[in-house]
Design a protein around this ligand. Structure first.
Ligand SMILES: [Zn+2]
Length: 225
């Protein structure tokens, strides 16, 4: 029976019965999640690029590369929601489907309030929403907030980023109380580069809940070259 082709692949634009066609999926170079027991910190390629972080677990779909980079920038700058759905589907299938224990909650990386009001869009929230739809996990966008407006991180050195982000997050009293209900959560960001943003958020969670297990997830990692 012929399958109805109702859409175009987001990558190659050919007719496809899924958001990314099976040819483009077959071309992707994804991390070997099973080999690293769902923790890419066990891969030297990854851990060598994340030497200034304190979290010990990280999981991502792939190195930051085409076509995932194209889908991520299309989501971030053009607010193209189908990209979020396609990336979340890949992430759930590749990273979460065989995970022995899933966290109770996903916390997407917040933008500073002023930046969010200006952009009215946070790609990490959009990706987390889609992951939660596919997994039935809960999302909480109000546990952590950014308390310091950090300048764009792109042009800063790793050390400057680290310093900048050390005290950049806060958890208000109501959120601290809510946090105590959890034993295991995941922090989610679209891309991890030096890991310093994640590290800041990780520390703010553990400061208020030292025994909390915090997984660190992203779609892509920028591997040290
Ligand atoms: Zn394709």
């Amino acid at each position: 029976m012929k399958v109805a082709l109702s859409q175009n692949c987001l990558v190659c634009k050919q007719s496809s019965n899924s958001a990314i066609c099976h040819y483009c999926i077959a071309d992707l170079t994804l991390f070997d999640i099973d080999r690293h027991h769902h923790n890419l910190m066990l891969s030297p390629k990854v851990s060598l690029g994340l030497t200034k972080v304190d979290f010990t677990q990280v999981m991502a779909l792939a190195d930051y590369q085409w076509p995932l980079s194209k889908l991520l920038t299309g989501l971030k700058f053009s607010k193209h929601i189908p990209n979020a759905h396609a990336l979340a589907t890949l992430f759930v299938r590749h990273c979460l489907s065989s995970m022995p224990v899933l966290p109770q909650l996903i916390i997407p990386m917040p933008l500073h309030k002023n930046r969010y009001l200006f952009r009215k869009f946070n790609q990490s929230i959009e990706l987390t929403k889609q992951i939660c739809k596919l997994t039935q996990l809960d999302m909480d966008t109000s546990i952590i907030s950014r308390c310091k407006s950090t300048p764009a991180q792109t042009n800063l050195s790793a050390y400057q980023r680290h310093k900048n982000l050390c005290n950049a997050f806060e958890i208000n009293v109501a959120a601290q109380r809510r946090l105590k209900n959890y034993r295991h959560v995941a922090l989610f960001d679209d891309v991890i580069t030096t890991g310093s943003t994640m590290n800041g958020a990780y520390h703010s969670l553990r400061k208020h809940h030292p025994s909390l297990k915090v997984d660190v997830w992203s779609i892509c990692l920028t591997l040290a070259r």
